[in-house]
Design a protein around this ligand. Structure first.
Ligand code: SF4
Length: 331
């Protein structure tokens, strides 16, 4: 069964776009980048987010912690001074009471991201263990629309106009499934001219329309960094957290260069929404599976999780390490 014949193929397509971006970003030539999905602001969530990075600075960020920093932690770590300083002298004044900053200083110290002590007048002082690097180069938003016809383009137009005028990202794209047909001129008319269009196939990707470079406002620097930290933390393979890999029907199937969840019971690439606790076809993986061919503790469900986690780590390290590539097999 092909993707296009499946119900709700958007999720599978989204994973393929993420995998392609991880392997081959940018369409104009290689740029080191990390990829995440379903991230954005309170008002706007993007399907795929690509964060282009400086490889050396990214290595320093990775050395600080393999976890992303939430905004409270980021405030403390980013402004940590080289020498002991009262936290209020080191951090720009927040738009909430200072006392709410102190728990984040303690938390950062507990994670060995900074050192802290009591200074004169019992003030909380702290300093960095290593400087927070300037690792983010550009942020790119991709909207995934496998069946991009003229009516889908019209439906997307307002959101994309908002993305372009808001300019939180440096570049905005729409990714659509490669069909072999020429792109309809009407479709290009409906989308903002600043938005790029990518045609994504199983083996190759083609630029149908080049995007314009947007100019993010300097006032958004912190917001963009919070977004990049969340992308670093989550990546794009965390979908198992909200699905049922412990179901006996759950499989990861190779689709192009990506591993995509597939449901054996429904014979389709299931969506996250249907592969949930409410699924009436759910059946737990039999206990015998937990001891058959899965050498470490846990059954296939836990095994799939480990596979995806190790792939994510390899992909992150590949950004700054000279790991020999074998992209035909590494998904
Ligand atoms: S039967 Fe339901 S829970 Fe099991 S893999 Fe299929 S969609 Fe997911």
């Amino acid at each position: 069964m092909s993707d296009t014949a499946d119900r709700d193929p958007e999720f599978a397509f989204e994973l393929r776009v993420c995998r392609w971006a991880e392997r081959a970003w940018h369409p104009d030539g290689p740029r080191p980048a990390i990829v995440a999905r379903q991230l954005g602001t309170r008002n706007r969530r993007w399907d795929t987010v690509v964060v282009e990075v400086d490889p050396d600075a990214f290595a320093a960020r990775y050395a600080l912690s393999t976890d992303g920093f939430d905004s409270d932690l980021l405030r403390v770590v980013r402004h940590a001074p080289a020498d002991w300083q009262w936290y209020r002298d080191a951090i720009p004044e927040p738009d909430f009471p200072w006392r709410h900053v102190v728990p984040a200083v303690h938390r950062a110290a507990g994670l060995d991201l900074v050192e802290k002590r009591r200074g004169s007048r019992n003030r909380v002082e702290y300093k960095q263990t290593a400087p927070y690097p300037d690792w983010v180069e550009r942020i790119v938003a991709i909207e995934n629309k496998p069946n991009l016809d003229a009516s889908a383009a019209r439906a997307l137009a307002d959101q994309l106009e908002h993305d372009v005028s808001r300019a939180l990202a440096d570049e905005v794209w729409v990714a659509t499934e490669a069909t072999g047909d020429r792109v309809q001129p009407a479709l290009l008319e409906d989308l903002p001219v600043e938005v790029g269009i990518l045609s994504v196939g199983d083996e190759s990707t083609e630029v149908l329309w080049h995007p314009s470079k947007l100019t993010p406002d300097d006032a958004d620097a912190r917001r963009r960094l919070v977004l990049a930290e969340r992308a670093y933390d989550r990546g794009w393979r965390t979908y198992l957290d909200t699905m049922r890999p412990d179901c006996r029907h759950f499989e990861l199937r190779r689709r192009g260069m990506a591993l995509v969840p597939r449901c054996g019971a429904k014979d389709c690439y299931q969506s996250q929404r249907e592969c949930a606790h409410s699924c009436s076809s759910f059946e737990p993986e039999p206990p015998a599976w937990r001891t058959r061919g899965w050498p470490i503790e846990g059954g296939p469900g836990k095994g799939l999780r480990r596979i995806l986690e190790s792939r994510r780590e390899r992909a992150r390290k590949r950004v700054f390490e000279d790991i020999e590539r074998d992209d035909g097999h590494e998904m």
